[in-house]
Design a protein around this ligand. Structure first.
Ligand SMILES: O=P(O)(O)OC[C@H]1O[C@H](OP(=O)(O)OP(=O)(O)O)[C@H](O)[C@@H]1O
Ligand SMILES: O=c1[nH]c(=O)c2nc[nH]c2[nH]1
Ligand SMILES: [Mg+2]
Length: 164
C-alpha cells in the first residue's frame, strides 16, 4: 500500500480543456500523426480533444486497469490490446502513432503500453516525477505526493464557511 497523497490538485472541465489544447499545440508538427491510441479510461477525454485539434481520425484504445482501489495500484491487467490495424501503421513499431493518457504517476502503465509500440510518441496532460522519464510530451508537472482530481470523478457538494 502506498502513502496517501498529501496534496490535492483539483482540475475543472475548462482547465482540462485548456490543458489538452496546450498539449495539442506541443504535439502539432512533431510528426504527421497517423493514429492515436488512448489508454482507457483516463486517456479517452484528452484523446477526443487532441484528435479534434490535430485532425486525426484513426483512433484506437488499449484497455488497462491497475488502480482497483483509490490511490492503491494493484496488478496491471491488459483487458484489450492495441488493434493490428494500428500496430501495422508504418511497419509495426509505432512510428507516427500518438499514445495518449491523462497522466503518468509511477510510470507503470506507460512502461507496459510503450513496450507494445516502442517508437510511438507518448503524451500525457499531467506528469509526476517518477513517471516523467517515460513521457515524451506533457503539459504540467505536479509533485509525487499530489493526487490529481479529474472533473469526471468529482461532483458539487456543500462547503462549510471558511470561518467554521
Ligand atoms: O503511472 P501509473 O502509476 O501507472 O498511473 C497512471 C495511470 O493511472 C490511472 O489509470 P487507472 O489505472 O486508475 O485507470 P482509469 O484510467 O480507468 O481510471 C491514469 O489514468 C493512468 O493511466
Ligand atoms: O485520478 C487520479 N489521480 C492521480 O493523481 C492518479 N495517479 C494514478 N492514478 C491516478 N488517478
Ligand atoms: Mg488510466
Amino acid at each position: 500500500m502506498s502513502e496517501p497523497s498529501s496534496n490535492a490538485f483539483p482540475v475543472y472541465w475548462e482547465q482540462f480543456h485548456r490543458d489538452c489544447r496546450a498539449l495539442a499545440w506541443r504535439l502539432k508538427g512533431v510528426s504527421e500523426w497517423k493514429a492515436i491510441v488512448c489508454i482507457t479510461r483516463g486517456g479517452l477525454v484528452p484523446a477526443a480533444i487532441i484528435a479534434r485539434e490535430l485532425e486525426v481520425r484513426m483512433i484506437d484504445t488499449v484497455c488497462v486497469a491497475s488502480y482497483h482501489d483509490y490511490e492503491n495500484q494493484g496488478e496491471m491487467q491488459v483487458l484489450k490490446p492495441i488493434d493490428a490495424s494500428v500496430i501495422d501503421v508504418e511497419g509495426g513499431e509505432g512510428e507516427g502513432v500518438l499514445i495518449i493518457d491523462d497522466l503518468v504517476d509511477t510510470g507503470k502503465t506507460a512502461k507496459v503500453v510503450r513496450a507494445m509500440l516502442p517508437k510511438a510518441h507518448f503524451a500525457t496532460v499531467y506528469a509526476k516525477p517518477k513517471g516523467r522519464p517515460l513521457v515524451d510530451t506533457f503539459v504540467t508537472e505536479v509533485s509525487q505526493d499530489t493526487w490529481i482530481y479529474f472533473p469526471w470523478d468529482m461532483g458539487l457538494q456543500f462547503q462549510a464557511p471558511i470561518a467554521k
